[in-house]
Design a protein around this ligand. Structure first.
Ligand code: ADP
Ligand code: MG
Length: 310
């Protein structure tokens, strides 16, 4: 059945950039500015090497070996870190910034392994191989005559926890191993074709990255839980709107941090998808949100536990 899996089945929601909705979502991410900037540059060069040629022509005429060093990097970006730290959100929205910077259209092909594979032996491997096949096909069509791309494709392999695991791990299931191998083959096939394509892999298991996968990554980004300043930034806008003043927001920042005997704080999604809605629903429909209510909700809520390597 999987042999004939169609493009539409594999990628239910391809995204085309530029798109203002995604620009908006990208701009609301907090605390990720450095990663954003680095990511836009890295992806930009991977999908459109012409930019580098122009830069060299302008600033370092004749520096051709430098060019090869940069352009020979494998077309893989790894995003690793705790659940709810913005990996998926950044991966889903960054294409907009890349499209605007390079002035080309960019398509994101999102493959989520956790929602797709049903665990049958061999299935994950086939999903990965198929995903790369389609990506390769698309990218070939977009490759320009010179190295100026007419468009670009980003393959997003999300929830790739099994793929991130080291194959050296004794306990690793045979199927997982062949999944990692298929992934590595896929990266190599895209890289060797010098195509306007890049792959983003997201995993919650930063500790166990397969060395061969890591070696193929142009960049590995590590995502962490928000610190005090970042929690303040995340909470400030919604809470101010609800009439909570700055001093109380600062207290909420403390309450959502490393406190009460735990050595980790709230994730971004704990703050924005659980805490804020809870505060609102506690007041709704008859009352107004108060600082006291907000603090009570924060005290009663536990942050998502830190992901433990099995
Ligand atoms: N840095 C951030 N700034 C603002 N909101 C964030 C941030 N990171 C995550 N979120 C919120 O949390 C939700 C879950 O984040 P997600 O990207 O799915 O986490 P991950 O993929 O790392 O598990 C996002 O939809 C977004 O609303
Ligand atoms: Mg995710």
């Amino acid at each position: 059945m999987l042999e004939s899996i169609s493009f539409e089945e594999l990628f239910e929601h391809p995204i085309e950039y530029p798109d203002v909705d995604y620009r908006e979502r990208l701009s609301t991410l907090v605390g990720l500015d450095d990663k954003k900037e680095q990511l836009i540059k890295t992806l930009g060069l991977l999908v459109n090497p012409h930019g580098l040629t122009e830069w060299i022509e302008k600033h370092h005429k004749g520096a051709n070996s430098v060019k090869d060093i940069v352009l020979r990097r494998p077309p893989l970006i790894v995003m690793a870190g705790d659940v709810g730290s913005g990996k998926t959100e950044l991966a889903m929205t960054i294409g907009d910034a890349v499209a605007r910077q390079e002035n080309i259209s960019v398509t994101l092909l999102p493959l989520s392994l956790s929602t797709r594979g049903d665990g049958k032996v061999g299935q994950m491997t086939k999903l990965i191989s198929k995903a790369f096949e389609y990506t390769l096909e698309r990218a070939k069509k977009l490759k320009g005559e010179t190295n100026k791309s007419r468009g670009a494709v980003i393959l997003l392999v999300d929830e790739a926890d099994a793929l991130a695991q080291s194959r050296e791990n004794e306990q690793m299931h045979h199927e997982d191993k062949s999944g990692v191998n298929a992934f590595i083959r896929g990266i190599d096939s895209l890289g060797s074709g010098k195509l306007p394509a890049a792959v983003i892999m997201c995993t919650n298991r930063p500790g166990a990255l397969d060395p061969a996968v890591k070696r193929r990554a142009a960049e590995v980004f590590y995502f962490t839980r928000p610190n005090e300043e970042q929690r303040f930034k995340a909470l400030e806008a919604p809470l101010k709107e609800l009439g909570v003043d700055e001093e109380d927001i600062k207290e909420l920042v403390k309450l959502t941090g490393e406190t009460g005997g735990r050595n980790y704080g709230f994730t971004y999604s704990d703050l924005l998808q659980r805490l804020i809605p809870t505060i609102i629903l506690n007041a709704y429909p008859d009352e107004k949100v108060s600082a006291e209510m907000a603090k009570k909700a924060a005290k009663n809520m536990l942050p998502t536990p830190v992901f433990k390597e099995k």
